[in-house]
Design a protein around this ligand. Structure first.
Ligand code: KIV
Ligand code: ZN
Length: 510
C-alpha cells in the first residue's frame, strides 16, 4: 500500500462491518463477518473497520477473529474517546498484521451539549487523552470529530490540531447526518487543510452519510479538495440511509480518470461478488436501479437502446459489466465436478475446510447438483454457511412432511435430531400455511422464543430449479434480534432450517 499524504493514491477504508453492520437488518454472525472480511481483502480495500469491540462480547470476538484471519489488510476497531473502549479495541485487534484504532468524539454544539454534556475545553482534553492512549498501544490511529459537518470550523481546527499533536496519523471528517452539500463539504476539507497548523502530519479522510443522497458526491468532493482516504461501505450500507457506496466512489475514479486522476487498490472485478456476498449474508437486497451493482445497472430494455448498443456499446454504456465482475456469477461447477474441484473453489472463496468437512459437504453438493444444473459461487457460499452452522448448532432437521389445501389448515410433521446425543423430537401441528405449521412444530420443541420480524425469500440466480434463500429475523421481548438464513431448492425446507437455526441461537441466551 502506498502512503498517500502527498500522492494521488486514494486509500479505501471500508466500514461495512462496523457502520454497515450496525444498521437494522444488517447483522451477521461472527463467521459471516470473517467471510465478508476475507472478500473485502480480496477486493483490495486498504483498511477494514471490523467492528466496535467495546459494544458487546460478540462484536469483540468478531473483530478479534477478523484481525487474526486477514493476511495483508489493515484491521481497524472503533472506540469512543475513553480509555476502557480503547483498551478493549486494542485487545481485539492486536494480533492483526496491521492494527489500527479509530477513536471519535462529538464536536458539534448539538453533540457536545445534548449527547456528551461537555464543554469545548473538556472535549479538547478528552481528544488529547484518547489519542495519546491509543497511540501508546497502536502505531496507527484515526481520529474523527463526530458530526464535523455541523461543527464550528474554528473549533474543529483546534480539536484536529490537538489530535494530530497527540499522534493521530489520519483525521477522518464525518458528515454524520448527511447534511452537507458537495461544494460545502469540499470547502470544509480545504479549509481544514489550510488552517490546521500540523495538517501535513496526517492524512485527511471523509465519512459521508447518505441522508440526502449525496454521500458519494460529497466523498468525491472531499477527494478533489485534498482528502486521501474515503470511508465507505459496500452497497452503501450504514446507519439510516447509509454511507458512501464503495462501488460508486471507486467507479467514479476508475471511469473518469480524465477528471479525477487518482489511483486506488480496488480490484474492480471483485465488486459484484462482494456486493452479492453482502446481500446473501444479510438478506438486504439493493434496489434494481442501484448504480454499479443493481440488477438493471447493465440492462438495456428499450428498442432504441438495444439498437444503439448493437451498433456500438458505448452509445449507452460508460463501463462494461465485466469491469465490475458481473460475469463472475456464471456457473463454476456441475454434477460431474469432483471433490478436488469443490475444495479448490472453497479455497478460492476463502473457506478453510478439513478433508472430512469437504467429504461431508460434497454429499450435499452432489444432491444439489442433481437438482440444479449450474452451481455458482452463491450456491457454494450457501453450502459453506450451512456447514459452519452445523458445526455450531446441534439440532438439525431430520425429516419433515407438509400438506395443505384450499379448504383446510396446513399440517406439518417435523422431526429434528441432535447430532451430539442422537436424541430426536417429533411434533405434528397445524398452521396458517405450511411454513407456519412447521414453525409451530419448532416452537413446540424450544418454546416460543420471539416473534418473526422479517421473512424473505430470494433465488440465487433464476430458474425453477434454483436454490431459494430464506432470510429471517426473530426478535425477543427483551430486544434481542437474531437473523438466520438457509438455502435449498425446496422453499419449505430452507424456511424450516433457517427458523430452527435462529431459535437455537436465541435459546443459548434464554
Ligand atoms: O457517522 C459517524 O460520525 C461515524 C463516526 C463514528 C465516524 O460513524
Ligand atoms: Zn457513520
Amino acid at each position: 500500500m502506498i502512503n498517500t499524504k502527498n500522492s494521488n493514491y486514494i486509500r479505501i477504508f471500508d466500514t461495512t462491518l462496523r457502520d454497515g453492520e450496525q444498521a437494522p437488518g444488517f447483522s451477521m454472525t461472527t463467521l459471516e463477518k470473517v467471510q465478508l472480511a476475507k472478500q473485502l481483502e480480496k477486493l483490495g480495500v486498504d483498511v477494514i473497520e471490523a467492528g466496535f469491540p467495546a459494544a458487546s462480547p460478540d462484536d469483540f470476538k468478531a473483530v478479534e477473529l477478523i484481525a487474526q484471519s486477514l493476511k495483508t489488510t489493515e484491521v481497524c476497531g472503533l472506540a469512543r474517546a475513553m480509555e476502557s473502549d480503547i483498551q478493549t479495541t486494542w485487545n481485539a485487534i492486536k494480533d492483526a498484521k496491521k492494527p489500527r484504532i479509530h477513536t471519535f468524539i462529538g464536536t458539534s454544539p448539538l453533540h457536545m451539549e445534548f449527547k456528551l454534556k461537555k464543554t469545548k475545553a473538556q472535549i479538547l482534553e478528552m481528544t488529547k487523552n484518547a489519542v495519546e492512549f491509543a497511540k501508546s498501544l497502536c502505531e496507527r490511529v484515526d481520529f474523527s470529530p463526530e458530526d464535523a459537518g455541523r461543527s464550528e470550523k474554528e473549533f474543529l481546527v483546534e480539536v484536529i490540531e490537538v489530535a494530530i499533536t497527540a499522534g493521530a496519523d489520519c483525521i477522518n471528517i464525518p458528515d454524520t447526518v448527511g447534511y452537507t452539500q458537495p461544494e460545502e463539504f469540499g470547502a470544509l476539507i480545504k479549509y481544514l487543510l489550510k488552517n490546521v497548523k500540523n495538517a501535513n502530519d496526517a492524512i485527511f479522510s471523509t465519512h459521508c452519510h447518505n441522508d440526502l443522497g449525496l454521500a458519494s458526491a460529497n466523498s468525491l468532493a472531499g477527494i478533489l479538495a485534498g482528502a486521501r482516504q474515503i470511508e465507505c461501505t459496500m452497497n452503501g450500507a450504514g446507519e439510516r440511509a447509509g454511507n458512501a457506496a464503495l462501488e460508486e466512489v471507486v467507479m467514479n475514479l476508475s471511469v473518469r480518470p480524465d477528471f479525477f486522476n487518482f489511483s486506488h487498490n480496488i480490484k474492480t472485478k471483485e465488486i459484484f461478488a462482494t456486493s452479492k456476498l453482502l446481500t446473501l449474508l444479510t438478506g438486504q437486497k439493493v434496489q434494481a436501479n442501484k448504480a454499479i451493482v443493481g440488477k438493471n445497472a447493465f440492462a438495456h430494455e428499450s428498442g432504441i437502446h438495444q439498437h444503439g448498443m448493437l451498433a456500438n456499446r458505448e452509445t449507452y454504456e460508460i463501463m462494461t459489466s465485466e469491469s465490475v465482475g458481473v460475469k463472475s456469477t456464471k456457473m463454476i461447477l456441475g454434477k460431474h465436478s469432483g471433490r478436488a474441484a469443490l475444495a479448490s473453489h472453497f479455497e478460492r472463496l476463502g473457506y478453510e475446510f478439513t478433508k472430512e468437512e469437504i467429504t461431508k459437504i460434497f454429499i450435499k453438493f452432489k444432491i444439489l447438483a442433481d437438482k440444479k444444473k449450474d452451481i455458482t459461487d452463491q450456491d457454494l457460499h450457501i453450502l459453506a454457511l450451512g456447514e459452519n452452522n452445523e458445526k455450531r448448532l446441534h439440532w438439525h432437521l431430520e425429516s419433515y412432511s407438509v400438506s395443505s389445501g384450499s379448504n383446510r389448515l396446513a399440517e406439518a410433521n417435523v422431526t429434528i435430531k441432535n447430532t451430539e446425543t442422537g436424541e430426536t423430537k417429533t411434533a405434528i401441528k397445524t398452521g396458517d400455511g405450511m411454513v407456519d405449521a412447521g414453525y409451530q412444530c419448532i416452537d413446540e420443541f424450544f418454546g416460543k422464543i420471539g416473534e418473526l420480524s422479517h421473512f424473505g425469500i430470494d433465488a440465487v440466480t433464476t430458474g425453477i430449479n434454483d436454490q431459494a434463500i430464506v432470510n429471517l429475523r426473530i426478535e425477543t421481548k427483551n430486544g434481542r434480534v437474531q437473523s438466520a438464513k438457509s438455502g435449498d431448492t425446496d422453499i419449505v425446507k430452507a424456511s424450516l432450517e433457517a427458523y430452527l437455526d435462529a431459535v437455537q441461537e436465541l435459546s443459548f441466551w434464554k
